[in-house]
Unconditional design. Structure first.
Length: 221
């Protein structure tokens, strides 16, 4: 016997939880479980059986949320990006409270990203390494990363982009693409131990490279 609550005409609920809310909860548990499994370093661990067991969700309920593990992988990647965006937004909010030259804002952005990846290496692995190694995720990952970098550029403020330096829309797109690819290579190698350098050196390098690549004046506000 199903236990329903709520007013007539409202969505049926089970013990105070609607079907839509239960679906959201299962999706969240599955994505969190996938994130943890991928953090372990073994991509093959992301099977329906393993993720369902880790999330305490039945396979039948899995298919109510995701069509397959590829769809789950894309959702997990998006979750990793959301966590990175939250860290970066916090740094940008601080720079808006206390206005600073574009170099300082860019440095704060890269510092927030680097700290996030240090505290959560799984984020860097999912965003960079796994995104390029899985056919189901490659195009999605590239598009999402480009959108993220373009959004960050826009959030720094219109005054940060001098007219002569960014001459055309196609050229602007190429700059964004090169910056996204370069940052992905640097951060993924650094987190994997490829560069035996402290965070501040990585941040300083990315800041200088970003200013030069985008043609920004580092004293501009």
């Amino acid at each position: 016997m199903t236990e329903h609550t709520g007013s007539p005409g409202a969505e049926p609920q089970w013990r105070g939880t609607s079907a839509a809310e239960r679906l959201r909860q299962r999706r969240s548990r599955l994505v969190d479980a996938a994130y943890r499994l991928l953090a372990g370093g073994d991509d093959s661990a992301l099977t329906i059986r393993a993720v369902c067991r880790a999330a305490n969700v039945s396979p039948r309920h899995f298919y109510e949320v995701f069509a397959d593990t590829d769809a789950l992988l894309r959702a997990t990647y998006d979750h990793a990006i959301e966590l990175l965006v939250a860290a970066v937004r916090a740094s940008l909010a601080d720079s808006q409270v206390a206005p600073m030259p574009i170099r300082g804002r860019l440095e704060a952005l890269f510092s927030a990203a680097a700290e996030h990846f240090e505290n959560d290496p799984a984020a860097a692995r999912i965003i960079f390494t796994i995104a390029l190694s899985h056919d189901a995720l490659r195009d999605h990952g590239i598009t999402t990363l480009l959108t993220f970098v373009a959004g960050v550029r826009a959030s720094l403020g219109p005054g940060s982009v001098p007219g002569p330096a960014v001459s055309s829309a196609p050229d602007d797109e190429l700059r964004t693409t090169m910056l996204a690819g370069g940052l992905a290579a640097v951060f993924s190698s650094w987190i994997a131990g490829g560069y035996a350098r402290p965070r501040d050196e990585i941040v300083a390098y990315c800041t200088q490279a970003g200013l030069q690549l985008l043609g920004w004046d580092d004293s501009q506000r």
